[in-house]
Design a protein around this ligand. Structure first.
Ligand code: FE2
Length: 325
């Protein structure tokens, strides 16, 4: 097994001379150490089956979901793929939303530990996945900003991010990711396994308690822009079919890149849940959930007017309900 750091970047490594489908405990331990150090690992030419995706991911912990298509082609019940979805479906609105920087599942009670994508069908151009290092970004912040954000938290909601980034207002449904709750999370995260601090904000974050709406928006935007302002903190993965990419959702941002949406793009996604000790905000039944729910409702009411100029013009998709994720 060979681990080669990505050239000219502060994070990331390519792992070769290893078959993930036949991983020994010793090699897994090495990979886990490498993931904590590098933040993400690229495994070229693996061509993992769904079962191999799942059994590798399960070594990291409980799964949020297993070997699901992260795709513009929904999977049929018999395992075949349906036609490419139209841009006006909720599936595609959600996919396009993921072209803004984010960490996975911060809009759930328990945010994600790590995630994995394996490329099945990829377009020749575009459709890359990009990653950004929130640890190096935190280190590079000036002392004043570090001090300012040290005690601040922000709410996280996928309804907020869809509305704010795209003017997309999916129907609220407590069984989907558009559930009406917002989860308060510290803007500086202490990594539960390494103890290293990193920024922990991006598209799902809004409404910093104690700041005005304008101050909060300005601070969140400036922090996100700062993270990706240095090329050494951003990596672009140009997919080849068979690649697997694994990243630490507690310490990295990621986003998809645009492509010709009429062409198929099929990645198999598996997501590992965070540890309740370090990734749990609260549950909808907890008393502190009420403040998040109210902050989100107030924010969405403003965005219903403000987001009319965005891609979907403050509308709700007319077809294709999004499956619960
Ligand atoms: Fe994601």
């Amino acid at each position: 097994m060979k681990v080669t750091p990505i050239a000219d970047k502060v994070f990331g490594a390519v792992v070769s001379e290893l078959k993930l489908g036949e991983l020994s405990d010793a090699h897994f331990a090495e990979l886990n150490t490498a993931l904590l150090k590098y933040g993400f690992l690229v495994f070229p030419k693996q061509f993992l089956s769904d079962e191999e995706n799942v059994s590798f991911a399960e070594r990291f912990g409980d799964l949020e979901f297993a070997a699901s298509p992260m795709s513009n082609k929904p999977k049929n019940e018999d395992g075949s793929y349906a036609d490419v979805s139209a841009i006006d479906t909720q599936l595609m609105r959600t996919n396009v939303g993921n072209e803004a920087w984010h960490t996975d599942s911060t809009y759930k009670p328990l945010s994600s530990k790590c995630a994995m994508l394996s490329a099945v069908i990829v377009p020749d151009e575009g459709g890359e996945t990009e990653l950004a290092d929130l640890r190096a970004a935190y280190v590079a912040l000036d002392q004043e900003t570090k001090y300012r954000i040290s005690q601040l938290s922000a709410y996280h909601s996928a309804q907020f991010s869809q509305a704010n980034d795209l003017g997309d207002f999916p129907p609220q449904d407590e069984t989907s990711i558009y559930h009406g709750e917002a989860y308060l999370r510290p803007m500086v995260k202490i990594h539960p396994e390494t103890g290293v601090k990193n920024l922990f904000v991006a598209r799902h974050a809004f409404g910093i308690p104690g700041l005005s709406r304008e101050e909060s928006r300005a601070l969140l935007t400036s922090l996100r822009d700062f993270v990706v302002s240095d090329e050494s903190r951003v990596y672009t993965h140009k997919w080849q079919a068979g690649d697997t990419l694994l990243w630490d959702n507690r310490a990295l941002l990621h986003r998809a890149r645009p492509y010709d949406y009429s062409l198929p793009r099929v990645l198999t996604g598996t997501r590992v849940a965070g540890d309740p000790e370090s990734e749990l905000a609260y549950y909808p039944t907890d008393p502190e959930a009420q403040a998040g729910r109210e902050a989100l409702a107030a924010e969405l009411a403003i965005l219903r007017v403000e987001a009319k100029d965005r891609m979907f013009g403050a509308t709700t998709a007319t077809q294709g309900r999004y499956s619960a994720r």
